[in-house]
Design a protein around this ligand. Structure first.
Ligand code: UDP
Length: 328
């Protein structure tokens, strides 16, 4: 440890938590972010480099000055609904940006990358319990763009020896219990922060995106993972690479799905408040259910999603929402 790690998207939700856990583990996290959706106030654990992944010269300069031992690559557009309406943005930023980053890493001789992929690469599969070998059939440009980057990383690994740990995230939620960093997007599109806004009156109501899916209560089912557990997996993924164990893909889920309505009901209990809710149309590109086991991450990385109960995730998100949020 002590090594420098470039963290793209380090001013964003997951990236800022990754910088925190890296700093705690003795690494120097360098946050690289264009602040298009991130927050300058979220960069608290190491140096900041404001740069866009589409700017190759800026990336070369950052690699030359910091000589990172590895990259954690979080920076991406991640709004499923927007990706259906504006696929160009997702292919340009997520795929084009990743290509620049990967080429810059190879040119600089940086050997290791940890990459944020997504359960959206699996698409809609009748609610089966997914694993790393499940069929890939993305139903939105977000999932398609991440799948393309996974293929890119495999090609660069074969040609140039770049070793990568790919994490396919299910739904990330919660916040650092220290209330220094947390979840806030602008515009906000994610379920739990939107619901907390509805609970405290910052928004009139939460709109449920369709209640006619083929699920137990008709609303979409997702597998929620606490952001602190998620970044713990990244630390283990980094050590895996540094220990010479080579490229590997891991799903990060808990094996337990919750419907949008169940998330609403838990939130009312955890916050002891009413949740104003209305029902709207389906959101384009939504899969009915996305749930994964985590056997591979548990066995090979020794990872346990310890903080990932729905109650704990909502409680931590609510504490951040009330007391920490740098955007309030
Ligand atoms: N969702 C909803 N209302 C909202 C925001 C999200 O019903 O205002 C639903 C969304 O359609 C999906 C689930 O909540 O089924 C989780 O959505 P989110 O955007 O948080 O994460 P995603 O699954 O898209 O990564």
């Amino acid at each position: 440890s002590g090594a420098t790690i470039l963290v793209t998207g380090g001013a964003g939700y997951i990236g800022s938590h990754a910088c925190k856990i890296l700093a705690q583990a003795g690494y120097t996290p360098v946050a690289v972010d264009n602040l298009s959706t991130g927050w300058r106030d979220a960069v608290q654990f190491g140096p900041f480099e404001q740069a866009d992944l589409l700017d190759r010269a800026a990336l070369d300069d950052i690699f030359a000055r910091h000589e990172p031992a590895a990259v954690m690559h979080f920076a991406a557009m991640s709004d499923v609904g927007q990706s259906v309406r504006e696929p160009g943005l997702y292919w340009r930023v997520n795929v084009g940006g990743s290509l620049n980053l990967v080429e810059a890493a190879v040119a600089a001789g940086c050997p290791h990358m940890v990459f944020s992929s997504t359960c959206a690469i699996y698409g809609d599969q009748d609610g089966i319990m997914l694993d790393e070998n499940s069929l890939q059939h993305p139903i939105n440009a977000y999932g398609a763009s991440k799948r393309a980057v996974e293929a890119m990383l495999a090609n660069f690994g074969a040609a140039h020896g770049l070793e990568t740990v790919i994490f396919r995230y299910f739904n990330v939620a919660g916040a650092s219990p220290d209330l220094d960093v947390g979840e806030h997007h602008r515009p906000e599109t994610h379920l739990i922060p939107l619901m907390l806004d509805a609970i405290d009156g910052r928004r009139p109501a939460l709109t449920i995106n369709g209640d006619d899916y083929d699920t137990p209560d008709g609303t979409c089912v997702r597998d929620y993972v606490h952001v602190m557990d998620l970044v713990e997996a990244h630390l283990r993924g980094l050590r895996w690479l540094q220990d010479g164990r080579g490229s590997r893909v891991f799903n990060l889920g808990t094996g337990k799905g919750f419907s949008v309505r169940q998330v609403v009901d838990y939130s009312a209990i955890v916050t002891n408040r009413q949740v104003p809710v209305t029902t709207g149309p389906r959101r384009e590109g939504d899969a009915a259910a996305l749930v994964s086991g985590s056997a591979r991450a548990e066995i090979e990385l020794g990872w346990r999603p310890e903080r990932s109960t729905l109650e704990q995730m909502i409680a931590d998100a609510w504490a951040w929402h009330q007391n920490g949020d740098f955007a309030q």
